[in-house]
Design a protein around this ligand. Sequence first.
Ligand SMILES: [Zn+2]
Length: 239
Amino acid sequence: MPGNCVVLLSGGLDSTTCLALAIQEHGYEPKNITALSLYYGQKHAVEVTAAENIAGYYQVNFKSLELFKDIFKSDQSSLTGSEPMPNLTYKEIAENEGVSPTYVPFRNANLLSTATALAMGLEAEVVYFGAHAEDARGWAYPDCTPEFIGAMANAIYVGTYHQVRLATPLEWMMKKDIVFIGDHLHVPFELTHSCYEGMRPACGKCPTCIERLEAFAVCELMDPLPYVDDVNESYMLRR
Ligand SMILES: [Zn+2]
């Protein structure tokens, strides 16, 4: 029987599917799962509310913490600074040379370190992290790559007296694969948040909204999230 685990839950589609996998595929009891939501100064703090609602839906323990906001709250990333959100798709970000505008300096290492420290206190054996192949493609986000994940998995395992392991069940999946699996697991997609503009109903125009809508359309599913002008319906009709 699995013991306790910690799931990093941003409130997005990926981490919510990761939580569903922990429950439904790996057999963790909701009462033994702690969903951890970290606020690091991101502009779309609506994520944290979404994470709390999702944790409530699954009846798992929920913890939200503020993480070194002073470090991350910088103009180095358009996720946290005053720069406007870029209008770039995943593909364009992956094809661009250099640092992605929405990369937050070494963020995922900090999220994983915090989750691991919490896991040790809770006597949890696994930290779940929903990084996926689309974020890693072309080194768009270096802290989502298999190389980074392998290094962090080693650091976590060694640095916790072999108590905690890192699990990344979405590591080799693209967005459409995550939607497909999430649908199979009855993930409450309507509770998740993706829009980079932080809008609810979602804007349907920013890169993350578009990537999400296209992933649902490829799976021949309608995204149940409310969108401005019901664009989710027209995405389905277009196919
Ligand atoms: Zn949007």
